[in-house]
Design a protein around this ligand. Sequence first.
Ligand SMILES: Cc1cc2nc3c(=O)[nH]c(=O)nc-3n(C[C@H](O)[C@H](O)[C@H](O)COP(=O)(O)O)c2cc1C
Length: 296
Amino acid sequence: MAGRFTKDEMMQMDPTFLRMHLRERVHHTIEHQLYSIIHQGRRPGPAFGGVVREIFDVWQARGLPTDLPDIKWMRTLMELAERVKRGEQIEAVPGGYLPEPLNPQDMQAWEKLLLGRRSYRHWDDRPVPSWMVEKILEAGMWAASGCNLQIWRFIVIEDPEVLRKFANLEFEVEKVKIVCCVDTRGYDQVQYPPPKKNQLLDVGAALQNMALMAHAQGLGGCWSTFSQQQIDGIHRHFQLPGYIEVVTYLSLGWAAEKVLPPQRMSYSEAILAWVGKADGNCAGGKDRPGDAMMVR
Ligand SMILES: Cc1cc2nc3c(=O)[nH]c(=O)nc-3n(C[C@H](O)[C@H](O)[C@H](O)COP(=O)(O)O)c2cc1C
């Protein structure tokens, strides 16, 4: 029994779900604990890493690929888990990341990207090269995802006829449409399933990453909404299986309009509470140093 499944069950399991099961078990039974063991001196239990090892053995026994990026990462974590279990001291995780502040120039570029992204709804005739679309998709996949389940799936539409078929009547037909979907297979069967709404959050995070990457490449995009009729139409057109849920989309092209940034409310208006403020600075000017803001 590895997690909630027997070896026989895992031998028969859909490989996509087996891979999800593996990622979820790595996340909950190795990743969290490993960093506390390395950095906070917690001691690994005798079974540490065992469940993942059993699932991974099945993965290998089935001849499933072991050089996929997420599988390689899981193998690295499994090796680290073995090392700490043997009592080895690991000073620093090889290849590990620590957040570093950007230098002023990079910060300027970052703010230009983040604050300069806008929604564009008119495009010129230039096509969008595929390598740009690929970069955008890759950026989407680097978003956070609940329990690292990575359930987002995409459909890229560049065919003008299909684009017209699923056009947003509020704006011009785009050059590229990235339809964002969820692969719901097995989502509620992993050991600690995240709440269902995380599926939408995962897709939203991926879409925002993609919009930013499009903007960084000088493209204009708009996050947009399907009607239920369009969602059904996409399902039929692409003959999607029932476990794929169509959620939302990103329209892309070379923007042929200048838009004014829709101004945001002040962030201090959006804060419902800020308790135990660490440094007492109050840039918004709404609270006094040390005050807890009351829920409004
Ligand atoms: C979930 C979501 C759905 C959206 N749907 C549409 C849409 O159907 N049509 C549209 O023109 N814009 C749509 N937008 C874009 C918003 O109108 C736009 O982000 C907002 O007005 C702020 O403008 P900005 O993106 O330029 O900052 C959507 C944005 C989000 C996040």
